[in-house]
Design a protein around this ligand. Structure first.
Ligand SMILES: [Zn+2]
Length: 202
């Protein structure tokens, strides 16, 4: 069956989203076709704001609102200023915030080292992290990259880069599901991993 272009276009667009195959894409499209107009309008408006009204915090590279140089966490003077927790993605910040066990600030790398995918140190916010350690009075860096091959490799690389600065370097304790994402770990596991963090020595 040949579909009208507006329908096929939306199916194609949905199909490009992670976890959505051609069948789900068709189902979503036909659902919207018959749902009240407001749903499509709200969705379209939300999609546009998503890209126009968000930006990256210039300190930690977490997501923040357009026009703000710093995110809420970085600009909050009640947070410990001398501990930085290094994570891969903004969703990891959310996961750690949910544990209520960390009160320092973050640094979002925006990914992990992956030779297979061609992601090297220059593709991540590593230079920016080293600059923060140089310019801010940082006492401890907690490496909270994912417990995966890429996350571990990234933590090892960061340790090498950070060691000359003399800052204390710790890594989240084992016990997180190996190969998994931090964002999917349950609160208690994450809290335990945070509390049991270990020095990352040679
Ligand atoms: Zn920030």
């Amino acid at each position: 069956m040949l579909l009208p272009a507006p329908i096929q276009d939306l199916i194609n667009a949905f199909s490009q989203l992670p976890g959505i195959g051609p069948k789900s894409a068709s189902r979503l499209t036909f659902y919207l076709l018959t749902a009240p107009d407001e749903l499509s309008q709200d969705l379209a408006a939300a999609l546009i704001s998503l890209k126009t009204e968000t930006t990256y915090c210039q300190t930690c590279f977490n997501i923040t609102v357009t026009g703000q140089v710093q995110c809420e966490i970085c600009s909050n003077s009640d947070r410990d200023q001398d501990v930085i927790c290094v994570v891969e993605e903004p969703l990891d910040v959310l996961a750690l915030e949910r544990t209520d066990g960390f009160h320092g600030r973050y640094h979002v790398l925006q990914g992990a080292l992956s030779p297979i995918e061609g992601i090297g140190p220059d593709d991540l916010k590593i230079r920016e992290l080293l600059a923060r350690v140089d310019s801010e009075n940082i006492g401890e860096i907690i490496l909270a990259t994912n417990p995966s091959l890429e996350g571990d490799a990234t933590a090892m690389y960061l340790r090498q880069q950070l060691t000359p600065s003399g800052v204390r370097i710790t890594r989240l304790a084992r016990g997180l599901p190996v190969g998994g994402d931090l964002e999917y770990a349950d609160q208690h596991t994450l809290l335990r991993a945070l509390a049991g963090r270990q020095e990352m020595g040679d």
